[in-house]
Design a protein around this ligand. Structure first.
Ligand SMILES: Nc1nc2c(ncn2[C@@H]2O[C@H](COP(=O)(O)OP(=O)(O)OP(=O)(O)O)[C@@H](O)[C@H]2O)c(=O)[nH]1
Ligand SMILES: [Mg+2]
Length: 468
């Protein structure tokens, strides 16, 4: 792959004087956690046991007065939903025998529900929690030290994990605990930050939805993204998309995700989900930014420019709209980017290629014109990835939620177009991407022919280069 062509300085290695696993989990990183309760062994039990387990966790959190924090409140609500199936919950009724088999899993649930709070280890509060568990479950006195180890492991201490997995009390839960361990180690990795920017309506949000394979960001023809959306990847598919803006939703509905609530006064929204793509399971954050449009929405331009200047990203994906090239806004935006890119790499995406293809325009000549235009703007050897993000979005949606009748017709139309005007050869010959196998599955062929499969592979390759 000719990705060396991308400009940008050498990747910065994370500075690491302190031992990584000893450093507390930072606030934003909490959102990288999958909701481990959906894999929890207690889910195999009947409703009485599950409800009792929930009530006990809630009691412990209340006892140490940590139940008022926004994140923990949202977690308690989510646990209740998953474990109690909407049943009315009474107070904990001291019937501890019912859940005694799970006593050694409690520290891991607490860690998640309390947002991996650093006070969960070696503090008065953690001692209170441990003392409660030991006395409630009638555990031998040595169990206190083990529960302490479990709390350390739950917060990412790799040495503590070695002791935890050797203990006979957790033998039958090893499979689950390995997932828990993978989850916390994933959270502690430094994320690969990608900023997506463009002028208004170029298709940034559609690209993000196609990459995630989910409806996370609002896509429409008028200006719609008005804030920075940080989309954080999770290690495993847990079936929920979480959102944090003025409020906190562990299982956000489509309405909550797509509405820009006016109660939210901050210029940032955080969303987390598993990415349904080649990038699934990679530790990364995508930043969706408002489209630049200097005349109608100067505040969107300001938010976007502040983000570009912040330097908090390793890769910038700059989206060019094939139906609206070389506008005044584009020229100005490219100048801002060229000045402020710093060490980050840049990848250009030529989106909406389905439109010029429909008009029988030569897409490769268009790419060449863009290449010259970008070079003239100061970008050395720009790498341009032609795609149709909307076609890719439809492919992913057809595999998850299914398509409406109209969407199915749109997808059929795209299949026809891209079979005749495949972009695969461009990626293989011009960008030296590895050839992809042809498939019997027409949707897979569309995914490749519209360029998106190669685009995902290129991001994966860049991520790998950055980590190696
Ligand atoms: N034909 C075509 N339309 C697309 C494609 N990608 C996105 N669109 C459409 O372009 C419009 C704008 O898409 P968005 O993803 O909202 O664009 P955006 O850049 O996020 O817009 P702002 O956030 O408002 O700047 C929507 O109507 C999309 O359906 C594509 O590949 N082909
Ligand atoms: Mg948008």
């Amino acid at each position: 792959m000719k990705i060396e062509l991308l400009q940008g300085g050498p990747a910065q290695k994370p500075s690491g004087a302190a031992r990584k696993d000893k450093v507390p989990v930072k606030k934003q990183n909490i959102f990288a956690s999958s909701q481990m309760i959906v894999f929890h062994p207690v889910l195999e039990e009947n409703i009485h046991i599950r409800t009792q387990y929930f009530k006990y966790l809630r009691k412990l959190i209340r006892d140490v007065k940590w139940d008022k924090r926004k994140y923990t409140k949202a977690q308690i609500a989510f646990y209740k939903d998953k474990l109690c199936e909407g049943q009315k919950i009474s107070k904990f009724d001291k019937n501890i025998d019912l859940i005694s088999g799970f006593c050694y899993l409690i520290p891991f649930d607490l860690a998640i529900m309390l947002g991996f709070h650093k006070k969960l280890v070696h503090t008065d509060k953690s001692t209170d929690i441990i003392d409660n568990i030991v006395s409630d479950f009638n555990l031998p006195w040595e169990a206190a030290a083990f529960l302490e180890k479990e709390l350390e492991a739950a917060l990412g201490d790799e040495t503590a994990w070695k002791d935890v997995v050797r203990h006979k009390g957790v033998k039958r839960y090893l499979q689950y605990l390995n997932l828990v361990k993978e989850n916390i180690l994933f959270i502690k990795k430094p994320p690969y930050n990608i900023l997506i920017t463009a002028t208004m309506s170029a298709g940034k949000s559609t690209i993000i939805n196609a990459l995630a394979g989910k409806d996370i960001s609002l896509m429409q023809t008028t200006a719609c993204t008005s804030k920075i959306h940080a989309i954080i990847s999770k290690p495993f598919e847990d079936g929920v998309i979480s959102e944090h803006d003025y409020n906190m939703f562990i299982n956000a509905s489509t309405e909550e995700l797509l509405e820009d609530n006016e109660n939210n006064r901050s210029s940032k929204i955080t969303v987390s989900t598993y990415f349904n793509s080649t990038l699934g399971g990679q530790r990364m954050i995508l930043f969706d930014s408002p489209g630049v449009n200097s005349s109608e929405h100067p505040e969107h331009t300001r938010i976007c420019q502040d983000m570009i200047r912040s330097g908090k990203y390793r890769l910038m994906i700059y989206v060019l709209n094939a139906t609206q090239l070389a506008t005044m806004d584009e020229e100005q935006h490219l100048e801002t980017v060229a000045k402020n890119l710093g060490r980050a790499k840049i990848l250009f995406v030529l989106n909406k290629t389905d439109q010029p293809i429909s008009r029988e325009e030569n897409i490769f000549e268009m790419i060449e014109r863009q290449r010259k235009f970008l070079s003239a703007k100061g970008f050395r050897n720009p790498v341009i990835c032609p795609v149709s993000a909307y076609a890719a979005y439809l492919v992913k949606k057809s595999r998850s939620d299914g398509l409406s009748w109209l969407e199915q017709r749109e997808m059929d139309n795209y299949m026809y177009k891209y079979e005749r005007h495949s972009l695969a050869e461009y990626y293989e010959k011009q960008l030296h991407c590895a050839p992809m196998d042809s498939s019997e599955d027409e949707t897979q062929m569309l995914f490749q022919n519209c360029g998106f499969a190669y685009f995902e592979k290129i991001i994966e390759h860049l991520l790998w280069l950055c980590l190696s």
